[in-house]
Design a protein around this ligand. Structure first.
Ligand code: GAL
Length: 776
């Protein structure tokens, strides 16, 4: 039988530009895959530091059965690899995002050397033009040794679009006349078994009269088939039973309309670059699902298999696309590599039930009839069950795909959130918005509240528009998290701050827009800072609350201000519009019992104006205020006192604001904001159990959030230095001395081959905080 063995350990690595370097091990570093030769500090970088050549080396000692040969499979090498067997060049691979296989033949003892060129070679997509992301470096995904017989399986495809039928087909090499046995399993239980014979290099069989459960977003039921080619080869393929279709009037999953709400994802991490092990890939899928989304776009390239596996398991739909960014190469080499990416992407990923659309056009590229006709044709041959899309920023451009996928950046802060469909494409085309927001309004975690709340409001506005745009399947925002980019994009520090999460994956205010729309559990997050001193004129004009509660009650120093409703007027199509509070006086004026309700309302308006206009009232308002003072025999000081009590700003008594979310009259969520409360450092581990015996090292991300007790968002100005101490069987994969940026940070620890209890302690002026991680 074919045997597959992970080959991620015991590699040697050196920075060099030739494979013929001194093999003295002392000069090399021993590493494991996934590996990044460069450390990606989330700050200003010299862009050339990672665009270099590196050499990896590994020695193999294998025992082959008769008729077995060796194949090495690499899931991702950025960006070009040249392979040498015992010093002799034997092959090469171009492109970072799809796997490559090296046929070694019948060799039992050999040394493999891989010369990796991480420069952005313009002959390889996505490179050639200017682009808003970087190609990272190294052998950044895992690798496998395959020992296979000359008779072996090629690709296996499982198609299941209705619950009764599953079609399994595939190719097999040197295997004509050999039997193929396919078992269909629900977990460990065999549901049915069928046999076939390889004829002309292929086989096909169909399971009938089944009653399988559907794979869908809330219940992503998975099955698997085990395919055995006589006693030569065996393959397990997981699948889900679902139909997915983009239609002119929306997207249907299993025949039912589903409005798509999603975000784009890049696959980069601080410090690690692209080189993240499976658990971090999966963690990203979990975070997206946690936000309540139902779709992710793998912008702008095929992403790690374990990310897609997690999407299958979690019920997160995927729009996967080929590598590229606006630029199309004119020469045949570039174009063929682009088509090769289409082929490899579909061959690698066609069995993932989560994938509902192939992106076969270079993101935001101009029309190119010749290339895109070929790309679409190829995709349809390789996978007749899925539709194609091609993301563009062009209105009514040449439409060779099945779904018009458009980046709509039309919203600049005013007016409608999205264009009407007729302005973008034909009425009878299936239509999906694939990006919005992004560069139109970058917001850093440590930006002031006006900026971070405005970003959130734009997401609200566009989601509202997406629900009311006729013939739109949904929208996928730009983007999940801040990401590394080239210096001619982003904020000058080679970061694009377009995420609803930051680079460390901690949420910004905008993340709660999604959470509040789509989660079933009560959500309440006060997006606005309540600190007048950080606002122009020291005036607190409004508080935006992201919530799925029916109303929000606000208390000021335990005094009821009022009960406020979601703003259905401004956001009529959202299930849960934000609650926007602009009156912070409200019922508190009831303490002035000598006033009638009407007088209270008018005094509240006047006092608010004093705050908003920094004391400069119009002539009429001054007259009104004068009359009020006269009528109630109040002095100027008494009026100032009223202002300080009810509006307050610069230096007035510390406020405590309590927001309570109510459903059916019951308080189900609350947040208290009290300036001056001691900050604390929360450590949020992505996992507290790590595996030491997986195919490679396992990693936990420990997110750091500095916040005040009772608050949901992290403190935007908490820049707190810390050191990290690690005890037990894990090693640090991020700096031991670091600093939270805007209250946010991240630590990565990874296994090192031993088992036991590990402790990760963060020391800072806020005290020591420890997380326990068990390595089993
Ligand atoms: C789009 C592009 C994305 C990103 C985004 C920023 O044009 O497709 O990759 O650059 O703009 O808003």
């Amino acid at each position: 039988m074919t045997r597959e063995v992970a080959i991620n350990t015991d590699w040697y690595f050196i920075e060099a530009d030739s494979p013929y370097v001194d093999f003295d091990d002392h000069k090399w570093k021993r590493i494991e895959l996934p590996h990044s030769p460069s450390v990606f500090y989330p700050s200003y970088r010299d862009e050339k530091t990672h665009q270099r050549t590196w050499v990896y080396r590994k020695t193999f000692e294998i025992e082959l059965e008769s008729d077995q040969e060796v194949v090495l499979r690499f899931e991702g090498i950025a960006n070009r690899a040249c392979f040498y067997l015992d010093g002799r060049e034997v092959g090469s691979h171009y492109g970072a995002y799809v796997p490559c296989e090296l046929q070694v033949g019948r060799k039992e003892n050999f040394t493999l050397t891989v010369l990796v060129d991480s420069s952005e070679d313009p002959s390889i997509p996505p490179f050639g033009g200017s682009m808003d992301y970087i190609g990272f470096c190294g052998i950044y995904r895992s690798a496998t040794l395959v020992l296979r017989h000359s008779a072996h399986l090629g690709g296996v495809r499982v198609v299941c679009q209705d619950s009764e039928r599953v079609r399994v087909s595939g190719s097999a090499f040197n295997a004509d006349g050999l039997s193929v046995t396919v078992g269909l399993y629900d977990e460990q239980t065999l549901v049915q078994q069928l046999n076939s014979t390889v004829t002309d290099g292929s086989f096909e069989l169909c399971f009938e009269s089944l009653s399988l459960q559907r794979w869908d977003v809330p219940h992503p039921k998975l099955y698997h088939v085990q395919v055995e080619l006589a006693d030569k080869d065996r393959r397990t393929v997981r699948f889900g039973c679902r139909s997915a279709r983009f239609e002119p009037d929306g997207f249907s999953l299993n025949g039912e309309k589903v409005h798509l709400v999603g975000l784009n994802r890049h696959q980069d991490w601080p410090y690690l670059g692209y080189a993240a092990s499976a658990s971090l890939q999966r963690e990203d899928a979990r975070l997206l699902k946690e936000l309540g989304l139902n779709i992710v776009r793998t912008s702008h390239y095929p992403q790690d298999g374990s990310f897609l596996d997690a999407c299958d398991e979690l019920g997160l739909l995927v729009f996967e696309e080929i590598p590229g960014w606006q630029y199309i190469g004119r020469d045949e080499t570039w174009r063929n590599r682009c088509l090769e990416n289409v082929r490899m992407m579909i061959e690698r990923d066609a069995n993932h039930p989560s994938i509902v659309l192939w992106g076969v056009r270079i993101n935001e590229s101009p029309d190119d009839h010749e290339l895109y006709e070929r790309a679409n044709k190829l995709a349809r041959i390789l996978d007749p069950t899925r539709q194609t899309g091609g993301v563009r920023n062009l209105l009514h451009s040449e439409f060779l795909e099945d779904v018009y996928t458009y980046n709509d950046f039309s919203y600049g802060g005013k007016g409608r959130g999205l264009l009407a469909k007729r302005k973008v494409c034909k009425k009878d085309s299936p239509y999906l918005v694939t990006e919005y927001c992004g560069h139109m309004y970058p917001a850093k975690r440590y930006d002031c509240t006006e900026v971070t709340v405005e970003l959130a409001m734009r997401h609200y506005r566009i989601l509202d528009a997406a629900h009311s745009t006729k013939g739109l399947s949904g929208s996928i925002g730009w983007c999940m998290h801040d990401y590394f980019t080239h210096a001619n994009f982003g904020s000058g520090d080679q970061i694009c701050y377009h995420g609803v999460l930051d680079l460390e994956r901690n949420p910004k205010a905008a993340a709660f827009v999604y959470l509040s729309q789509l989660k079933d559990e009560p959500v309440l997050c006060v997006l606005s800072a309540m600190d007048g001193g950080d606002l122009p004129k020291g005036f607190l004009e409004r508080a935006v609350v992201a919530t799925n509660c029916q109303t929000v009650r606000l208390y000021y120093n335990d005094q009821l201000v009022g009960e406020f409703e979601p703003d259905f007027k401004a956001f009529p199509h959202l299930k849960h519009p934000p609650v926007i509070i602009e009156d912070f006086i409200g019922d508190r004026l009831k303490s002035e019992s000598y006033l009638s309700d009407r007088q209270r309302r008018s005094l509240a308006r006047l006092l608010a104006k004093v705050g908003k206009q920094a004391g400069r009232l119009t002539f009429v308002d001054t007259l009104r205020m004068g009359l009020f003072l006269l009528r109630y025999h109040k002095t100027y000081e008494a009026a100032v006192n009223l202002f300080v009590t009810y509006v307050g700003n610069w230096g007035s008594k510390l406020a405590s604001w309590r927001f309570e979310g109510l459903i059916d009259g019951k308080v189900v969520a609350s947040e208290t904001i009290e300036a001056g409360t001691a900050p604390m450092m929360d450590l949020l581990p992505s996992a507290t159990t790590l595996l030491s015996d997986g195919p490679t090292y396992d990693t936990a991300a420990i997110r750091i959030q500095v916040r005040q007790k009772g608050r949901v968002l992290v403190l935007p100005y908490a820049m707190i230095a810390y050191t990290v101490e690690v005890e037990g069987p894990v090693v640090l994969a991020s700096p031991a001395t670091d600093c939270t940026i805007g209250g946010s940070g991240v630590i990565y620890v990874r296994t090192c081959g031993e088992k036991g209890d590990a402790r990760v302690t963060v020391h800072s002026v806020l005290g020591d905080t420890t997380v326990r991680v068990i390595v089993s």
